[in-house]
Design a protein around this ligand. Structure first.
Ligand SMILES: Nc1ncnc2c1ncn2[C@@H]1O[C@H](COP(=O)(O)OP(=O)(O)OP(=O)(O)O)[C@@H](O)[C@H]1O
Ligand SMILES: [Mg+2]
Length: 260
């Protein structure tokens, strides 16, 4: 089997005395879209930021295409495109300048990169806005620019936290197609989302995280078997394996909360 593009072994993250991620093991292979799901606070963003090399794990090893992120961060990060949940963009650059800037950070310049920048701007209908300052961009336009920037240096792995938030239906569809064609060429995607229909339709394998631990993982078929929920959609499986208070109790509490 092909070498994993991403592997996590015993990855732990502690914030002071609080352990947000409690020893995660997983592998993402070339051509795979791997979904990372879980309730609010489960540890998804923390894990994704460790994979992107922004946070240091308290323990464990992360490898990108066999390269240890801790011992060879430059080489490992070069292979990653990261799309964060809270975007940071330089407001005083235009869209095209921003993409050029990001490409230059990776040591890429020249006609080939210009061509790539142009293709992404056109793909996401940003062509008419390419010379406008980012400060005038809408939320979705910023998101699309950020997505483009993650692909600009031709990475092997895209790491993305909540990719669809803020995208209109056409752009969301485009993004899904982009992900598919990227993995079709041997790339891999590690994504967190709360949109279970997207995860179900898009992901080859899924891990469900709760309280910093993977509580279920596999293909949809394997998850159904693990949750003992034959034929069920991901929503039922998710609610079953992450079982907090029953939905009926929550609805009762909701009515209570709304009472005067
Ligand atoms: N910088 C920090 N300092 C202390 N605790 C933190 C920090 N960042 C995250 N946490 C805690 O770690 C846990 C996991 O947070 P994380 O953001 O990874 O969750 P998440 O799964 O991405 O949730 P969401 O679905 O809401 O985005 C939470 O309990 C959070 O309060
Ligand atoms: Mg998060």
């Amino acid at each position: 089997m092909a070498e994993p593009v991403l592997s996590l072994a015993g990855v732990v993250k502690r914030y002071g005395g609080f352990t947000a991620v409690k020893g995660i093991d997983l592998e993402v292979r070339p051509g795979e879209i791997f979904g990372f799901l879980g309730p609010n606070g489960a540890g998804k963003t923390t894990t994704i930021r460790m994979v992107a090399g922004i946070l240091k794990p308290s323990a464990g090893t992360i490898r990108v295409a066999g390269t240890d992120l801790a011992t060879a961060p430059g080489e490992a990060k070069r292979r990653i495109g990261y799309i964060p949940d809270r975007p940071f963009l330089y407001e005083k650059l235009s869209g095209a300048e921003f993409l050029r800037f990001v490409a230059a950070l990776w040591g890429r310049e020249g006609p080939e990169v210009e061509d790539r920048i142009h293709r992404f701007l056109v793909l996401f209908s940003l062509g008419d806005w390419k010379d406008e300052l980012i400060e005038s961009y809408s939320h979705g336009m910023r998101q699309k620019l950020l997505i483009s920037s993650a692909f600009i240096h031709d990475p092997d792995l895209i790491v993305v936290d909540e990719p669809m938030v803020g995208l209109d239906p056409r752009s969301a569809r485009l993004l899904k197609d982009l992900f598919r064609s990227f993995t079709g060429r041997g790339g891999a995607i590690f994504l967190s989302t709360h949109t279970l229909e997207v995860a179900e339709a898009l992901c080859d394998r899924i891990a469900i995280l709760s309280g910093g631990e993977v509580i279920a993982a596999g293909t949809m078929e394997e998850l159904r078997a693990q949750a003992d929920a034959g034929g069920a959609h991901l929503e039922e499986i998710f609610l079953k394996v992450t079982s907090g208070p029953e939905m009926a109790d929550l609805v009762g509490a909701l009515h209570g909360a709304l009472e005067e």
